[in-house]
Design a protein around this ligand. Structure first.
Ligand SMILES: *Cc1c(COP(=O)(O)O)cnc(C)c1O
Length: 223
């Protein structure tokens, strides 16, 4: 019981002084465990399934900032508009325009990150580096009406090779910088969300402003 609270304090002790935010990834864990983290001061939680997120929201305090971090299906977008502080996992232009039109319709502005795919695994989703750069070169963000792109999100390859992991994180940071060079009028394009339980120190070294920690805080997930 004390464990979750201890973990939250441990991470804040490391991350707060250097200005890195903590997303406590609570997917597949019950509301009571989120409550324990909340009572220890945690306010940002990450969920990866729309149904699970919308079920948990009414069970928990209203000042929680929910981050959506999973693959978002087109038919689920409407359900989460107005409910998230940040959608971190925008992985295509199609989903981005849908988020935008649904936000306009609902009269809200949605904050998002663009997920970039740099890892070796083909199974991971996200914009390829080329698609990402093209998007900013063409200034396609100017077509958005109710969406603010706040930065980038990514995952490193699933490997023990720390040099490979560092290279992946560097690439994500570098792509954000390149987008900003292409569109220097962008404001608030500051977030770099990368690093999970197994690799967050390397992510922080390579520029992360937000880390997403699940297993190390809440334990193994029961799928
Ligand atoms: C599940 C998940 C995490 C957390 O991973 P852990 O290894 O449990 O810390 C981080 N980011 C994303 C996108 C996830 O889906």
């Amino acid at each position: 019981m004390e464990l979750i609270a201890d973990k939250i304090r441990h991470y804040h002790q490391i991350l707060d002084p250097i200005g890195v935010g903590l997303v406590a990834v609570s997917k597949f864990h019950p509301a009571e465990m989120i409550r324990q983290a909340y009572d220890a001061g945690q306010r940002i939680f990450g969920e990866s399934r729309v149904q699970e997120l919308t079920a948990k929201i009414p069970m928990l305090p209203a000042d929680i900032q929910w981050h959506f971090i999973g693959h978002l299906q087109t038919n689920k977008v409407r359900q989460i508009i107005g409910k998230t502080a940040l959608i971190e996992s925008v992985d295509s232009e199609k989903i981005l325009s849908l988020i935008d039109s649904e936000s306009l319709r609902a009269g809200v502005t949605t904050r998002v990150l663009m997920q970039i795919h740099v890892a070796q695994e083909e199974t991971k989703s996200g914009f390829s580096p080329e698609e990402f750069i093209h998007y900013f070169k063409e200034r396609k963000f100017e077509n958005l009406r109710a969406t603010h792109i706040c930065g980038v999100m990514g995952m490193a390859s699933n490997t023990d090779d720390t040099e490979r992991i560092s290279a992946d994180f560097q690439k994500i940071s570098e792509l954000r910088r390149m987008a900003l060079d292409l569109a220097p009028d962008l404001r608030g394009f500051d977030t770099i969300s990368m690093g999970m339980s197994g690799d967050y120190p390397l992510a922080v070294k390579n520029g992360a402003t937000l880390v997403r920690i699940g297993t190390d805080i809440f334990g193994e997930r029961q799928y």
